[in-house]
Design a binder for this molecule. Structure first.
Ligand code: GUN
Length: 287
């Protein structure tokens, strides 16, 4: 079997176009503020791409750049200002933060209604509860993008054996919750798990999010599996690869995402989707 390629770039472009169309009909522009502390070059590329995509889709987006030696109180004060600013619908504090700032303290300071990363404990808790008490949670962007891609790939989710490789706060844990909410039977594997290859081979849906270049070999893939590769790893020679050995996996999977051009472009599109959802919920407008 040679897998079909799940074209995340094209899916993301369609999602951004449909968001732009919805935004064009609103009486206001959804407002997004990205806060960046210091100038880590990798996150610089992310932030510029976010700004460009947001502007192209008609959002009111800006990046607030703070110096690398900013202290925690200053950042929390800025977040508090953004929380009360009526034109701001979404706040994203770019991670990682410098060591003098506690990430958890900053995330907890964000108004959950503006937490477009979905990292606030209230949003993570709502997602984990499955049935939202009052309104749906804002869901972390990368796992949300993975769910879009699975649907685009035509994966049958109810009852499917899904394996998530990785248990991070940003991807693995929310991925577990989203797959469970879609009625998959989910196994989460991590650095202490035994028999990774055998566990992966049982997966009908495999989501790899460990940040280890080409850890998942072709013989870890069950025939006909749908494989979503969240990893973006730069090899010493400069090439970008995922967590899955793509060429090998392609011989066994039914569908697979490439790196780059798979999950990556979906993250920004889902950030815009979350910002629009937050704007509509906050402003009491209908979708
Ligand atoms: N750094 C890498 N990925 C992310 C993300 O999804 N959100 C934030 N805030 N920072 C990141």
């Amino acid at each position: 079997m040679t897998a079909s390629i799940i074209d995340g770039k094209a899916v993301a472009a369609r999602l951004r176009a449909s968001l732009a169309e919805r935004v064009a009909h609103l009486p206001f522009r959804p407002g997004l503020r990205v806060v960046r502390v210091g100038d880590d070059p990798a996150s610089g590329v992310y932030v510029r791409n976010k700004d460009r995509a947001a502007a192209a889709a008609g959002f009111d987006s800006a990046t607030l750049q703070l110096p690398a030696d900013t202290d925690e109180d200053t950042l929390v004060d800025l977040v508090a200002e953004l929380n009360t600013d009526p034109v701001v619908d979404g706040i994203l504090v770019q991670l990682p933060l410098p060591p003098q700032i506690r990430q958890d303290a900053v995330i907890a300071a964000i108004d959950p209604a503006k937490d477009v990363d979905g990292f606030h404990p209230l949003n993570a808790g709502r997602l984990a509860m499955g049935a939202p008490l009052h309104r749906p949670a804002l869901v972390p962007c990368t796992p949300k993008g993975v769910m879009h891609l699975l649907r685009e790939a035509g994966a049958r989710l109810p009852g499917a054996r899904a394996v998530v490789l990785g248990r991070s706060q940003i991807v693995g844990r929310p991925m577990l919750q989203l797959l469970l909410a879609a009625d998959c039977s989910v196994t989460v594997l991590h650095s202490r798990s035994r028999d990774l290859a055998a566990e992966c081979r049982r997966a009908e849906i495999l989501v790899a999010a460990v940040g280890r270049p080409e850890l998942v070999r072709g013989d870890w893939i069950g025939e006909g599996a749908v494989v979503i590769d969240v990893g973006i790893n730069r090899l010493p020679e400069g090439r970008l690869v995922g967590d899955v050995a793509f060429a090998e996996a392609r011989e066994r999977a039914a569908a697979i995402t490439p790196v780059p051009g798979g999950v990556g472009p979906m993250t920004i599109a889902c950030l815009l989707e979350n910002t629009l959802e937050a704007a509509l919920a906050r402003r009491g407008a209908a979708g």
